[in-house]
Design a protein around this ligand. Sequence first.
Ligand code: AMP
Length: 441
Amino acid sequence: MTFADLGLIDPLLRALAALDYQTPSPVQAAAIPAVLKGRDLMAAAQTGTGKTAGFALPLLQRLSLEGPPVASNAVRALVLVPTRELAEQVHESFRSYGQNLPLRSYAVYGGVSINPQMMKLRKGIDVLVATPGRLLDLYRQNAVKFGQLQALVLDEADRMLDLGFSRELDELFCALPKKRQTLLFSATFSEAIRSLAGELLRDPLSVEVSPRNAAAKSVEQWLVPVDKKRKSELFLHLLRRQRWEQVLVFVKTRKGVDQLVEELQAAGFSADAIHGDKPQPARLRALQRFKAGEVRILVATDVAARGLDIDDLPQVVNFDLPIVAEDYVHRIGRTGRAGASGEAISLVCADEVQLLAAIEALIRQTLRRHEEAGFEPEHRVPQTDASGQVLKKPKKPKKPKDPVAGKAGARLGSWVDSEKPKVKAVRKAPAFGRKPGGKGA
Ligand code: AMP
């Protein structure tokens, strides 16, 4: 099947050819014809499945063929996303897919000055990508009007609810015209998402791209048991020994992210951080430098890294295991994307055994253990299996003997990051055709 078979117009086909997209991914093959026909959609698909093009392409087509030109402060299609980074990324996708169409797109999110956004909206925007909080601010200040709205997309709807945006969403939905096309994308379908879908969608087409909670098969995963206080040392050791080119590292807290970046830089590695305390321009700059290969190690918290589109990343390291098991699947979804292969390595200490058990139960496999010589832990990590059980209870961690170890323990042991996400489930990202070396949007 080709994109032309799906009924896309020439300007879009030319943009896709320039991006070297050859075959529609499964979610695109299902979503594009339905959205072109004007149907509502409820799609179970996570980042990495090609879902963005699944909604962006048909919406761009409809906007370019139907409806009056956009009026001042008006918006014709609205895409709601949970995070700033995802907003930028989705906007960038609209820009590249729509490069041959005379449509205006823009992204608004918090953490940056609102005035330039208000100015930009004055002319009217065909496709507005927004995080709910900032959009509501803009709406309350009359900077954006929804009278012309034809389509609404909720991207990563489960994540928006997890992040506590439901009040903002309810207020926004009340302001939108009832007659419109609505597309809802979510990795999980909890009761809350189902009721949201029931409220918002009209006779939706349901699309599910792959089985629930299966980690991407192209990713090789294993763990290294280690004492908590020696994680940084082990990470530096692995970094040197394994000759990793580029690594995305997940750390539980913002403070932990900064400390690891400092340690890496002190050891002479180029490293940068992405977390919620960093101003938005600094986060985007860090991501761009990492994508461009100028930074070798990007250290991130879960929420900040959610939805990052980093092509062909070979290495993900879980410096800390995620508190919520489903985030493990999201994290390792950064690698092995679009058919590429990757490695995901977790540094696991005894305190994290319950988190490990939950992850193994979710992905229905026991992670292979690899003890690194010289780093065998004093506090053994009890055996686990895919049943979610810890086979032997962990010993109570002893009080650290030296003050340095005590400090390290405190740094990593307590949750201080308000970005803590809640439960969600995910699906495997299937491989789909693209020439090696082809660049994504
Ligand atoms: P998404 O799931 O929308 O975040 O997309 C994941 C990645 O796949 C992005 O880098 C896209 O540019 C890329 N992509 C999306 N659709 C295709 C396609 N049909 N062929 C090749 N790459 C694609």
